[in-house]
Design a protein around this ligand. Structure first.
Ligand code: BGC
Length: 744
């Protein structure tokens, strides 16, 4: 017995001894390394570490951090080291001898890009605009964390996601990549998303800084906007996002702002971002958005991408000739190093792994379930009656899949495009890509006893016949969007308005499901019974939608942007057309040659009146207001109180219906008259889970950043003393509770 015990215990003892030795050796080696390389000591701050290592670097090593090395899959952007880029959008050399890793950069707006092209797999999440419609910072955190994990599993340690341009121009082809029209909502959602993404040890970013609010002529357009308006709208969204996420990088955009290119704009980069906001990370140019060496460097651009035309040998030359001081180069390099330490990519070297496919699909489904917005539900047509006998599913390729947003945001669907013409393999970034997520099949799985048939909508007679004979008709309508182009109108494309009217005439119980990247107009709204907005719904969108249609999920999402009645109601009824010499600069053609002489200008005279602020000041009634969304239950609001000292407001919300639900209760404020801004602003919100009959009192802190005005003369923010009108309710269009908050 004794012997046996000893025998057993010996290997254990040996193991302990061995691991102690290994551990001691590891500690010794870390200590030795720390002695030689003190910046590897993770108890120092990222700024201290960056400073220490910077002192050891040669000029060549510093400059290597300040430019890209081409872009995989882009024949026009190949350089000697592009092959090292892991198939990503960009690659920055590290400094191996000093333990500074290379930066492997990938696009990752709603998932990791180019996974198909690289023989890998990524989860497609619902679009960012969908995520914003959940008004859920925690959901945004899950969104970002998933992308962070998948980036690392695929060998990347830097993300190009974090789009936070507000929806000033809803026809902007990238609206789906952004988080809606309100600075507080957009900044909070994208900030939380990027905070949690960066927490996975990838350098996070926010983009496209700034006022990059349309794609038409994006390489030349001069956006004219007052400082006050810019500060209180577009820049505010970035600032809020930045304060939450503290991202390693901010990407400057292609356009010009008040005359200067965004990547050489002293006001936005130096004065606002770096000086006023105290930003410590680096500014990365959008891909080929760098135009000069000295100008850009002095204005605050830190890294050119994806090439080295201005921040490689040309920067070295400029230094030698005294046109760029060494202090500037040090500052650029220090910022890149800061981002590397701050995000943890030095301490946690990237290691490829396996993407958790099932886990990703579950998260994508849950996030989409939170993002679906129920816009109309007459006669309580939804949720579908469990005893329903027949459903006609019409149009939108609903038999095979759901559409996704294109451009550099595109996530490759597993197995390829669900409706690609036969023989067409690899996808182009401006192809319409349909994920193989069939809502028809998902609905059939949920309602096995109902007869659910599909019609493409192409033959009017067949469509009407199918619609007529069914208990309910569901029309799937889509609107495709992508980078490098804008929509010419918010009307549905491909005659879908006519299709919907036609189906509604055949069957009064018609529901429309919208798969869109932005708002759409609905000339048929009075003729249909239900409208469900699912956005670009991601890898599990079909399942989320089916759950919402049958009532297993009670819709909670609310619009993060206004849906206008017509294009004519927009601040700019048409996007100003490009002058002839700039043709090809945006509508379809991307990254065409830039014309620095271009006269193409967009005047944002509406200023900070973006979205709901515009409709309120212009007394234009929208089709659906910002913040709007129905539920299968109902809520009642009461008892608004303000606390002047704490700057909080409290009120009660009761679930007056029969189902549990989550209400997104919103608080708005109108500033004192002296502000000269007679429209309300979103100042806070809360998601409230409520059982049937339950009442909860919630307290919301009003956010001073959105109560303040920007004083151009003093170049400072000011929170005016006086009476602020507080409004609370279910949407910007319905605020039953009113009170006053006094600010001293
Ligand atoms: C886009 C960026 C993107 C970059 C790299 C540019 O065309 O504007 O958003 O990150 O390409 O793909």
């Amino acid at each position: 017995m004794q012997v046996k015990k000893l025998r057993r215990s010996r290997p254990w003892a040996v193991r302990v001894l061995a691991s102690t030795l290994v551990l001691t050796a590891a500690v010794a080696s870390v200590m030795a390394q720390n002695a030689n390389q003190p910046w590897m000591n993770s108890s120092l701050s990222p700024a201290e570490r960056a400073e220490l290592v910077l002192k050891q670097m040669t000029l060549e090593e510093k400059i290597a951090l300040l430019h890209g090395n081409g872009m995989a899959h882009a024949p026009q952007w190949q350089m000697p080291l592009t092959y090292l880029s892991n198939g990503g959008a960009g690659y920055v050399e590290g400094v191996k001898r000093l333990g500074i890793p290379p930066i492997f950069i990938s696009d990752a707006a709603y998932g990791v890009r180019d996974s198909g092209a690289n023989g890998r797999y990524s989860t497609a999440l619902p679009s960012s605009l969908a995520a914003a419609s959940s008004w859920d910072p925690q959901g945004a955190c899950e969104y970002g964390a998933l992308i962070g994990r998948e980036l690392r599993a695929q060998g990347f340690n830097m993300s190009l996601g974090g789009g936070v341009n507000i929806t000033r121009e809803p026809r902007n082809g990238r609206t789906f990549e952004y988080a809606g029209e309100d600075p507080l909502l957009a900044g909070t959602i994208v900030g939380n998303l990027m905070k949690c993404e960066q927490a996975q040890h990838v350098i996070g970013d926010l983009k496209h800084f700034a006022v990059n609010d349309q794609e038409t002529g994006r390489n030349v357009v001069n956006a004219i906007i007052s400082k006050r308006a810019m500060q209180e709208s577009d820049l505010l969204a970035f600032h809020i996002g930045l304060q939450i996420a503290d991202p390693g990088a901010v990407m400057c955009s292609y356009n010009r702002i008040n005359g200067d290119y965004a990547c050489e704009n002293t006001y936005t980069l130096h004065d606002v971002l770096k000086k006023n906001w105290g930003y410590q990370g680096f500014v990365i140019s959008d891909w080929e958005g760098t135009h000069t060496t000295e100008r850009a460097s002095a204005a605050g651009l830190d890294q050119e991408q994806p090439m080295a035309s201005y921040f490689g040998p040309a920067l070295m030359q400029a230094l030698k000739e005294g046109r760029v001081p060494i202090a500037e180069i040090d500052d650029h390099a220090r910022r890149v190093l800061y981002a590397e330490f701050h995000s943890g990519i030095v301490d946690h070297p990237v290691e490829k792994g396996v993407v958790d496919v099932t886990g990703g699909l579950d998260i994508a489904q849950h996030l989409e379930e939170e993002s679906i917005v129920l816009l109309k539900n007459e006669k309580a047509i939804l949720p579908l009656n469990p005893k329903i006998r027949s459903i006609a599913v019409i149009g939108g390729h609903a038999d095979v899949g759901m559409i996704s947003g294109g451009g550099s945001a595109q996530v490759d669907p597993p197995g390829g495009n669900a409706i690609a013409p036969p023989g067409k393999g690899a996808t182009h970034w401006q192809d319409h890509i349909w994920f193989p997520t069939s809502p028809l099949k998902a609905l059939q799985a949920k309602l096995p006893n109902a007869k659910i048939a599909f019609d493409s909508g192409r033959d009017a007679t067949a469509t009407a016949a199918l619609a007529k004979g069914a208990d309910v008709a569901i029309v799937f309508a889509y609107q495709w969007q992508a980078e490098g182009m804008d929509l010419t109108t918010l009307s549905l494309p491909d005659n879908q308005d006519a299709l919907i009217e036609h189906v509604a005439e055949a069957n009064p119980n018609t529901i429309v499901v919208l798969e869109t990247g932005t708002a759409v107009t609905m000339p048929w709204i009075g003729k249909v019974s239900g409208v469900v907005e699912v956005w670009y719904a991601g890898s599990s969108g079909h399942k989320a939608l089916a759950n919402a249609l049958v009532g297993e999920v009670n819709p909670t999402g609310k619009l993060a942007m206004t849906f206008p009645k017509s294009d004519a109601d927009l601040p700019h009824p048409v996007i100003p057309p490009l002058p002839a010499e700039d043709e090809g600069q945006g509508t379809g053609a991307v990254n065409g040659p830039t014309h620095s002489e271009s006269k193409y200008t967009v005047r944002y005279d509406e200023g900070l009146k973006v979205g709901y602020k515009w409709y309120e000041s212009e007394h234009k009634e929208p089709l659906f207001p910002f913040g709007f969304g129905l539920s299968y239950t109902t809520y009642a609001y009461s008892n608004l109180k303000t606390d002047n000292a704490q700057r909080t407001v409290s009120f009660a919300v009761k679930n007056t219906g029969k189902r549990p639900g989550t209400e997104i209760a919103q608080v708005y404020a109108t500033l004192p008259e002296a502000a000269g801004e007679p429209f309300k602003r979103l100042v806070g919100w809360q998601r409230i889970d409520l059982a049937p009959g339950e009442l909860k009192t919630v307290t919301v802190a009003v956010d001073p950043r959105v109560m303040s005005i920007f004083d151009e003369q003093n170049d400072a923010w000011s929170l005016l003393p006086g009476a602020y009108k507080i409004l609370a309710g279910p949407s910007s269009g319905e605020t039953p509770l009113h009170a006053t908050l006094q600010i001293q």
